[in-house]
Design a protein around this ligand. Structure first.
Ligand code: GLN
Length: 195
């Protein structure tokens, strides 16, 4: 199995490391690669878009032809996971900040997101979540977005204080938090099971 981690900006290496660990735990023979140019995603079985700065990630993936490859791969049913800034990038609708910055979204997850939804007082924090199909999970939030509204085909997997922080639409998985910053591999294993 080939897993591509979009590596133009953000916490890329952490995703590469934990995805390798998850593959190992599942006993799957696989390869994980950070992607900075076109031509790699189209040969992959799954794609992860990490946290970072959504404006920057969006700009670079559209400029470098990575975005269109992700869209193609998603269309053929391959799983795509967006975490934090990655969640923003995979979503269909943004907020005022997304509009103002002219951030172009991939539109894969039928959801409307709000950037930096927890405000300045709570830039980063940890919280125990009950994630559907995964269970009790300690999540790390860093200037996190939330999902404000989802379309019919989207399954809500977790909420935090009544706000949606994890959702799935068929082969598309979006998380507000950072599963790559823990030692807990369950989210990545769940994602790899979608392949
Ligand atoms: N606040 C960032 C954004 O809106 C996301 C933060 C993150 O990925 N840790 O792009």
């Amino acid at each position: 199995m080939r897993v591509a981690v979009v590596g133009v900006q953000g916490d890329v290496e952490e995703h590469v490391v934990i995805t390798r660990k998850a593959l190992e735990n599942l006993g799957i023979d696989g390869e994980v690669q950070a992607v900075r140019k076109s031509g790699v995603v189209s040969k992959s079985d799954a794609v992860i878009i990490p946290g970072g700065e959504s404006t920057t990630i969006s700009k670079l993936i559209w400029r470098d032809g990575i975005a269109s490859e992700i869209l193609e791969l998603a269309k053929s049913g391959h799983p795509i996971m967006g975490t934090c800034a990655g969640l923003i990038v995979i979503s269909k609708y943004g907020d005022e900040q997304v509009r103002k910055t002219g951030t172009k979204l991939l539109g894969l997850l039928d959801a409307r997101i709000r950037r930096n939804a927890f405000g300045r007082q709570r830039e980063s924090f940890e919280a125990l979540l009950d994630i559907d199909e995964i269970g009790r999970y300690n999540a790390i939030f860093i200037r996190a977005p939330v999902i404000e509204e989802v379309g019919e085909g989207v399954r809500i997997l977790a909420r935090f204080e009544d706000r949606i922080v994890a959702a799935r639409e068929k082969n598309i998985l979006g998380l507000s938090f950072h599963p790559e910053l823990t030692d807990d591999t369950r989210i990545h294993e769940y994602f790899l099971d979608m392949v």
